[in-house]
Design a protein around this ligand. Structure first.
Ligand SMILES: Nc1ncnc2c1ncn2[C@@H]1O[C@H](COP(=O)(O)OP(=O)(O)OP(=O)(O)O)[C@@H](O)[C@H]1O
Ligand SMILES: [Mg+2]
Length: 362
């Protein structure tokens, strides 16, 4: 059992600040996923928790004990890296046993711990092989096994699956989910670039951006109620479409007149004083539906059609927009190419942002 508490945690390399104001409470047994753009500090934050990187501001507590100056080996943490970093000249068994041997654990206990981890990870047939005689997925499982045998209170994973091909990623992701289920009291922090991993594994996702935390929440909270435009566009694929406009009617349903024509209705409530407010409305590609008999939010000519089988992505001709407008319709729609379509969305699916912040959270 281990709770983690990060208070005002910051990191600078010399003059360069990488992270600041990181406040995070992690409960024992949670599986927390860190996501964010490349270079935003995910690995740095994980390495600070592990003790591999100095914390330059704030405090880290594990189970109420300040950890800032505690050496990595005494934090009760095991980290699994993206590069498996196995010892090439040691068998799978010896790789997994290594840390326990260093810690001078009795041989019988070492054997029992290795056998148990090998069983959990289905590595029993490979215990006497060298890493070079394993597949990528098997090597990654050995790296996870090395963490398990130490029976840490907290597991840290830094993009553990990114070296694997698509099918192996899915298989190993499911194994990690099962592993977590088998150890419900263990706390895990997991860094990934993969949306599906984040959405399926996390009890809560932490979105890092601009040196801080953009939002913390359950996967569906982030998807359904993003606090800001950054999270709105970061979570979900393809990204949420944004359209600038102005509030023309307020109340339980807000009506927004869009700058390039079109009208949007949103279930996000507004006050009379919001009339005239400059906003961006947000609609996820999968929430667009063809507008029939209502004034569309967006009308455009389809430039590119990507038929994925279960869904079709329609990319509209950009007219000065930074990103293309994208709609994701169920089924197959080859015939839509070059045609003009009006799109709308249910008001409950229309997000409202002013100055980058969601109006839901005022
Ligand atoms: N030793 C260092 N000295 C100076 N800057 C560093 C050092 N190590 C990392 N950084 C900077 O800190 C920032 C955060 O790096 P970090 O590796 O944590 O990013 P990340 O979110 O894990 O990115 P990725 O998704 O690409 O793995 C980067 O801008 C990086 O250049
Ligand atoms: Mg990283």
């Amino acid at each position: 059992m281990a709770d983690l508490k990060l208070e005002n945690v910051a990191k600078s390399y010399g003059e360069v600040q990488v992270l600041k104001d990181i406040d995070l409470d992690i409960k024992a047994g949670e599986l927390i996923v860190f996501v964010g753009p490349s270079g935003c500090g995910k690995s740095t934050l994980l390495r600070m928790i592990a003790g591999l990187e100095k914390i330059t501001g704030g405090t880290l507590e594990i189970d109420g004990v300040r950890m800032n100056d505690v050496p990595p080996a005494n934090r009760g943490i095991a980290m699994v890296f993206q590069s498996y970093a196995l010892y090439p000249h040691m068998t799978v068994r010896d790789n997994m046993a290594f840390a326990l041997k260093i810690a001078k654990m009795p041989q019988a206990e070492i054997d029992a711990a290795v056998e148990k981890a090998a069983r959990m990870l289905q590595l029993e047939p490979y215990l006497d092989r060298l890493p070079k005689a394993l597949s990528g997925g098997q090597r990654q499982r050995v790296a996870i096994g090395r963490a398990i045998v130490r029976d840490p209170k907290v597991y840290l994973f830094d993009e553990p699956l990114s070296n694997l091909d698509a099918a192996l990623r899915v298989a190993t992701r499911i194994e990690i989910a099962q592993l977590k289920e088998a150890m419900p009291e263990r706390t895990m922090i997991y860094v990934t670039h993969d949306q599906v991993e984040a959405m399926t594994l996390a009890s809560r996702i932490v979105v890092l951006a601009n040196k801080g935390i953009a939002q913390v929440g359950t996967p569906l909270e982030l998807y359904e109620k993003p606090q800001n435009e950054f999270v709105a566009q970061f979570i979900g694929s393809p990204s949420m479409n944004l359209f600038p406009g102005e509030v023309v009617e307020t109340g339980a349903t807000t009506v927004v007149k869009l700058d390039r024509g079109g009208v949007a209705r949103s279930s996000v409530p507004t006050q009379p004083a919001d009339k005239g407010l400059k906003v961006n409305i947000g609609v996820r590609p999968e929430d667009f539906v063809p507008a029939e008999g209502v004034e569309p939010i967006y009308t455009g000519r389809v430039d590119i059609v990507e038929a994925l089988g279960e869904v079709t992505l329609l990319y509209f001709e950009a007219e000065g927009e930074r990103d293309p407008i994208i709609a994701k319709l169920p089924g197959i729609h080859h015939d839509r190419r070059h045609s003009e379509i009006g799109l709308t969305a249910d008001p409950s699916k229309v997000h409202l942002f002013a100055n980058g912040q969601s109006l839901l959270y005022r």
